[in-house]
Design a protein around this ligand. Structure first.
Ligand code: DLZ
Length: 151
């Protein structure tokens, strides 16, 4: 069984912190979905203050029962304090928890980088675009879920 791509609905939750990076992740994710046949009107983008807030907003998106998958985008870049560790761990763990609790694909497209250069390289630079990789993972997980649950 496969779901028709043009009928799929996606929520994208994107962190405003480091938005010079996350805007590029968002552009990559949307471009990928549209190229694969998802109508632009089926993509709902919600900005949140930072990556720490992503799991909460992702949980609200799943609670709406409107979306086949939720794509989470953020950029956590190492600074001088312990914030990096706390924000990146809570974002990763929280996103996975939402996916497991709701059984809706919730995709981890949050960069955790030591430098701004590393982040930009992964946001449409020399190392690809993690936003479009997250979108591909979302498309794949929707079909995997359909296949496994229809047996
Ligand atoms: C506070 C903070 C810091 C220091 N660094 C980042 C970061 O690199 N990436 C990111 O997405 N968010 C960061 N934040 C903001 C937190 O995610 C959160 O928005 C605030 O702590 C408010 O809860």
């Amino acid at each position: 069984m496969t779901k028709e791509t043009k009928t799929l609905q996606f929520a994208i939750i994107v962190a405003r912190w480091n938005n010079f990076v996350t805007q590029k992740l968002l552009d990559g994710a949307k471009q990928c979905l549209i190229e694969k046949g998802v109508p632009e009107k089926n993509i709902t983008t919600t900005w949140v203050p930072g990556s720490f807030e992503i799991p909460t907003a992702a949980r609200w998106a799943t609670a709406s029962n409107q979306f086949d998958a939720v794509i989470c985008l953020g950029a956590v870049i190492l600074g001088e304090t312990d914030h990096y560790k706390h924000v990146s761990e809570q974002a990763a763990g929280g996103i996975q928890q939402v996916a497991l609790d709701t059984q809706i694909p919730v995709i981890f497209g949050v960069l955790t980088c030591k430098t701004t250069e590393q982040a930009l390289a992964r946001a449409g630079g020399t190392s690809g675009n993690s936003g479009s990789e997250a979108a591909n993972a979302a498309l794949e997980m929707v079909q995997i879920k359909e296949n496994l649950l229809s047996n």
